[in-house]
Design a protein around this ligand. Structure first.
Ligand code: ZN
Length: 265
């Protein structure tokens, strides 16, 4: 079984399309939120996310861009983009984004769960999905210290999170903490890096950001989880950055939102 895990698409249609083309055939899709905000194609990306479906959790930009949350915590550039996105989104897309559920959500893997069935499995039969952290949907898990409370308290071996736009994550095994960072050659080709999961460890795993990577690698990021092989494959995918930048500049959004795409910052 393969589960495609996407996060932080941020209205970047070119990056999303490149990731979907690069991704292998999948059985399920998980989307960790921040579908909109920053980028220049909010309606196109929301419609692509609706079509893709799967299990979704909302991000802070999904809330700000639909009026569910104020912008007090946003920097000026993010706030300008959120205001523009509010105006650009169609009423139908706004409504759909507003209805995205708050994390954490539980994605069952071993048994299908539908409306007639009640879930009878245990925590180890699925994974947890969040935008920020399992404790707070808006919290940034940037360093091991941020991950410790979540991992100690979690009953789930595996939690997927987004929000930081940094691919990798954190592991806790035998009272030891570890930071996970995929190792790539770099450049502008497509690359993958496989993490063999330990059955003894608890993980917080970040697929990275599809539409606005901030880990120094401008290539679009996502991951694929295979519960049978118990491994996560991280992807970095080149895409048409210039075209994504043109959408941002054509919308008269701040230049910085365009230039940062080429830097991966
Ligand atoms: Zn984000």
């Amino acid at each position: 079984m393969r589960i495609l895990i996407l996060s932080d698409i941020h209205s970047n249609l070119e990056a999303l399309q490149a990731c979907l083309e690069a991704a292998p055939a999948r059985d399920k899709v998980a989307n960790l939120g921040d579908i909109v905000g920053y980028g220049g194609s909010p309606n196109e990306v929301t419609e692509a996310a609706r079509k893709l479906g799967g299990m979704l959790v909302r991000g802070n930009h999904d809330k700000a861009c639909t009026g569910l949350m104020g912008m007090e915590d946003f920097n000026p550039v993010a706030a300008i983009a959120a205001l523009w996105t509010r105006q650009a989104l169609t009423p139908e897309n706004t409504q759909w984004l507003k209805l995205m559920p708050r994390g954490p959500l539980f994605l069952p893997l071993r048994y299908p769960m539908n409306q007639e069935e009640t879930w009878a499995g245990s925590e180890t039969d699925g994974v947890q999905l969040v935008h920020g952290s399992p404790l707070d949907e808006d919290e940034y898990v940037l360093v091991v210290r941020d991950a410790q409370e979540s991992l100690l308290r979690s009953n789930y071996p595996l939690t997927f999170f987004g929000h930081t736009h940094i691919q990798g994550g954190f592991a806790y095994e035998n009272e030891r903490w570890e930071t996970i960072r995929p190792i790539y050659q770099g450049g502008d080709q497509q690359e993958t890096w496989v993490l063999d999961l330990s059955s003894q460890a608890k993980y917080l795993i970040n697929p990275g950001s599809v539409g606005q990577p901030r880990d120094g690698d401008p290539r679009a990021a996502f991951c694929v989880f295979d519960p049978d092989r118990y491994e996560v494959t991280f992807y970095r995918v080149p895409y048409n950055i210039e075209k994504a930048q043109q959408h941002i500049l054509a919308a008269h959004l701040p230049d910085r939102l365009a230039t940062r795409l080429a830097e991966g910052r």
